[in-house]
Design a protein. Structure first.
Lengths: 100, 449
């Protein structure tokens, strides 16, 4: 008869943990996908600015390379935010250089 | 919505019921420890420790004083000691080398018993009627032994057995020297008159004042006669047979000190069984301690109850209603599992709901705005020049990102951010075009109008 209790307790705990954990996991996955979407958009924009810039801006190129390296590493939310920020700064540098 | 709330309530109710079932089951386990044949209502513990008043006021002198006493005399009887024996037979058993015997009163506490044991010069120690010597202890193993020991404090047979054990010789056969006598008519009349009035006769010197409540003899017609411990030299007074003739058909319980005899109906069926079981289990404690007669009688009646409930002699058992907890106990595990299952099903259902629902709709304006801006970008791409192409390309890049974010079901706020970026870029490009009407705000207003 003991197995009945054990099985019941396992089911109860499992269901409880699942109910608590699954929405949390879902929310964090969505947040990660959103952050990476922003990062990819930022990198693409920076790429366009680089192509439109008449001269070379080594600092901006370094920043964008770092952002692309981070993207290749496929990290979590923090990595995506960092890549976004780097791409934004590179984009600004190129735009300033283009407007000269 | 109400349906969903109902399911949520049901989920928690199932969890609470499962936990309640588990708690009830665990708490109920305590009750399963006490195993009783036929669910006898006798108290679980026979003779309870400490509280039963088994320690007497008697005490013993210091080890040095007792050692001095033992050196001075072969047999030392400390005040309050109750053990008696046949001096002649014991001396004959000892033979040429006499042994020193220290007799202590019953009811000593642990420390006092240790003091008695520390008297190394005493070959044999008798505490109450417990006989020990060397590494040995002599205990009775027959009703005759116990009767002599507890009714009269006679330890002759125990001493002789122990002496033989110390000498590593086979023990001689036991001799029952107890003699009994019937009461005289005058003695019987006093007891019978008392029994007719109260059902309990307590002789001077006996300690039984009230019969413990027990279900040993249902009907309440049992008679109790309590006598003090008597001397083994004179014949012992025994009221039982005479009272059986006087009160036919009524159970009669007769106490001689710690010895309890039963006379009356069914005596042949259970009296010996009960006495043998009782004294075999408790004889050692009864000899060592000075229990009040009420305690001993309570334990004895408990044993009688057990024997009755074991069905050894055919008396109908009183009706006992079924304990609802006992009836419910086998169901509890299944109830628990059912509740766990319900909880599990409802939990899984609440987890799967977002997946089964059709994909969440974005806020209605967003796809329209995306479409409008895309159309604007397509029109502008035909007119663009060097100055505006970078801004236009950035805008198209942002529109692509917004498109894929919408496809991926990303949050509306994120899509809105991307669209705002695209709109800013397109606005910059539109400002740089030589033609009016290509700023997104104007263009969208025109299209929507």
């Amino acid at each position: 008869m003991g197995w009945v209790w054990a099985a019941g307790v396992v089911v109860l705990l499992g269901a409880g943990f699942a109910v608590a954990a699954v929405p949390r996991l879902r929310a964090s996955a969505l947040e990660r996908r959103t952050a990476w979407s922003s990062a990819r958009a930022g990198i693409a924009t920076a790429g366009v600015s680089r192509d439109a810039c008449p001269g070379r801006v080594p600092e901006a190129e370094a920043l964008l390379t770092r952002a692309e390296t981070i993207t290749a590493g496929r990290g979590g939310v923090t990595a995506a935010r960092e890549a976004t920020e780097l791409a934004r700064r590179a984009d600004l540098l190129w735009r300033e250089a283009a407007h000269g | 919505m109400a349906d969903r709330r109902l399911r949520e309530v049901a989920r928690w109710v199932a969890l609470a019921a499962a936990i309640a079932a588990l708690v009830v089951f665990v708490v109920a386990q305590r009750q399963s420890v006490d195993v009783s044949y036929g669910r006898s209502p006798s108290p679980p513990a026979g003779v309870t420790e400490g509280a039963a008043g088994e320690l007497s006021d008697a005490t013993v002198p210091s080890v040095e004083q007792m050692t001095a006493l033992v050196r001075a005399a072969e047999v030392v009887r400390l005040p309050g000691s109750v053990a008696r024996w046949d001096e002649q037979r014991v001396r004959a058993a000892m033979g040429a080398e006499p042994m020193r015997i220290l007799v202590a009163p019953p009811g000593l506490d642990e420390a006092e018993r240790d003091r008695v044991r520390d008297v190394k010069d005493a070959t044999i120690r008798v505490i109450g009627t417990q006989v020990t010597g060397g590494a040995y202890q002599a205990t009775g193993d027959s009703l005759d032994d116990w009767r002599a020991e507890f009714a009269a404090g006679d330890v002759t047979n125990l001493l002789i057995t122990l002496i033989a054990g110390l000498r590593e010789q086979p023990p001689p056969a036991d001799v029952d020297r107890l003699r009994w006598r019937e009461p005289t008519a005058a003695e019987l009349e006093v007891v019978a008159a008392r029994l007719r009035r109260t059902g309990l006769y307590t002789a001077p010197g006996a300690t039984l004042t009230q019969v413990p409540r027990q279900e040993a003899f249902p009907g309440g017609d049992a008679l109790y006669v309590a006598l003090p411990r008597q001397s083994p030299e004179a014949p012992l007074l025994r009221y039982g047979p005479a009272l059986t003739r006087l009160f036919p058909g009524r159970p009669i319980v007769e106490l001689h000190g710690d010895w309890i005899e039963y006379h009356g109906p069914d005596a042949g069926d259970f009296a010996e069984v009960t006495a043998a079981g009782f004294y075999a289990q408790f004889g050692d404690r009864l000899g060592r301690y000075a229990y009040p007669q009420a305690t001993v009688l309570g334990a004895y009646l408990g044993r009688v109850t057990d024997v009755r409930y074991a069905g050894l002699f055919d008396r109908p058992l009183p009706y006992r209603p079924a304990d609802p907890l006992r009836v419910a106990l086998p169901v509890l595990p299944w109830l628990f599992v059912a509740c766990a299952g319900v909880f599990f099903a409802l939990s899984v259902r609440s987890l799967l709901r977002p997946l089964r629902r059709p994909r969440s709709r974005p806020e209605p304006g967003l796809p329209a705005r995306l479409a409008g801006l895309t159309a604007l970008a397509v029109e502008m791409s035909a007119l663009t020049d060097r100055r505006s192409e970078a801004a236009l390309t950035r805008g198209i890049t942002a529109l692509t990102a917004a498109r894929s974010a919408l496809d991926d079901d990303l949050p509306d706020a994120h899509v809105r951010d991307l669209l705002a970026g695209a709109e800013a870029d397109l606005d910059e490009a539109g400002r740089l075009l030589p033609y009016p009407g290509y700023r997104p705000a104007d263009y969208l207003r025109e299209r929507l109008a």
